[in-house]
Ligand binder design. Sequence first.
Ligand code: ADP
Length: 453
Amino acid sequence: MFWRIASFLACQLAGALLAWLAASPTHVKTSELEAVVLGVLAGGLLWFLLDLSRGARLMRWLRAGDFSDSVMRTGLWAEVSDRVRRLIRIRDQAASESQKRLQDFLSAFQASPNGVVLLDAQGSIEWFNHMASLHFGLDASRDMLQHIGNLVRDPGFVSYFAGRDYVGEIVMPGREHSVARPVRLSVHLHPYGQGRLLLLSRDITAVEQAEAMRRDFIANVSHEIRTPLTVLTGFVETLQSCPLEEPERERYLALMAQQAARMQTLVSDLLTLSRLEGSPPPSPSEWVGLLGLMTQLEQDARALSAVLHPAPDRRHKLHFEGLEGIEIAGNSSELFSAMSNLVGNAIRYTPPGGEVQVRARMLDDGRFEFSVSDSGPGIAPEHLPRLTERFYRVDHSRSRDTGGTGLGLAIVKHVSQRHGAALKIESTPGKGSVFAITFPAGRVRAPVRELIV
Ligand code: ADP
């Protein structure tokens, strides 16, 4: 401000001086005092015009909006321009920080496993994330600022949106929903800001399927247990109320023991399954000798065949082809359980006198295959994909008659998966079936001789 006043006075002084010189009696006739006053005024006017032009320059600079460099170096206007530049820099920094924060928020929403849609007070879409576009079939280039009611037309959602009561959530089919591949969404609207809405969607297909499976499982288990229990209760009542002859009594007791054994097998299979689901995966460094497993399998198979068909000429022809020295990395009781289920099934479903062949062999690529083939009734192709489902049976009465629980192949599949192995089932109705478990090379240890063959 000092320089401003000083420059103003200097201009006036210079004007006065020039006027005084110009008004000396040799040149002009006006009095010297008048000339000095006029000079002061002219100097003041000149200063004002110069100042005005600097102000106009500043104005042009402000209008141009390029604040990268100062427009002036000295004077009040230079200070004004510097302060403006500083304020603008602070404002720009604040704007870019809040922009960055907004981007961070949007990236977080984008990374959300749930669908997020931001709606304005009119219900028009302001923003949505990738998951929401999958859930509702939204397209960013087409659907921004469109009303949500025009794009999500499920009647349940339409009435939920119109009802304006957003306390609870609704469940509706997703965009990709079909009867063959159901997709279920849980959708919840949350009011925020001034009349705005946050729409959250969550894919609950897997949760609903797990819930349905749980319900089916409980229903199946109850059904499986109820049948032998009903039979047992009936026999107990008969024994309590009727005086029976000894042979009759013994026959009843034998039947009761059979039903109790059936329940025991069921409970034991259920426990095996739950252990498989709840325990950590089998160790890849614990080696189980195949020979021991095969010996035990053969003994059990011959005993089972003898129990099912006591007459020696009706027993199965059993062939066991093992390899010496082979070891599998995993859990020995799980491996035995899976293998004995396959051998047991082959014996139980193959008619008397039929053939059952159990083979253990190394494959060319270093994998190891354990297979059980039989000359039994075979299985129609439509059943094959469902055989490993819990309680799935092709022939219910045959399964029950032979003491089946419907859980054997589910256990086999589970054990195979836990050991990184694959279960393959091939069958021709009327000719027989082959069940094979193939273990990856990393889980098999063989003597060098076996690897070369
Ligand atoms: P189950 O205890 O009833 O045998 P599994 O899960 O072991 O239950 O087998 C499922 C169904 O697959 C059986 O009920 C049976 O219908 C069929 N199945 C399994 N193994 C054989 C086989 N070797 N030959 C014919 N059918 C088989």
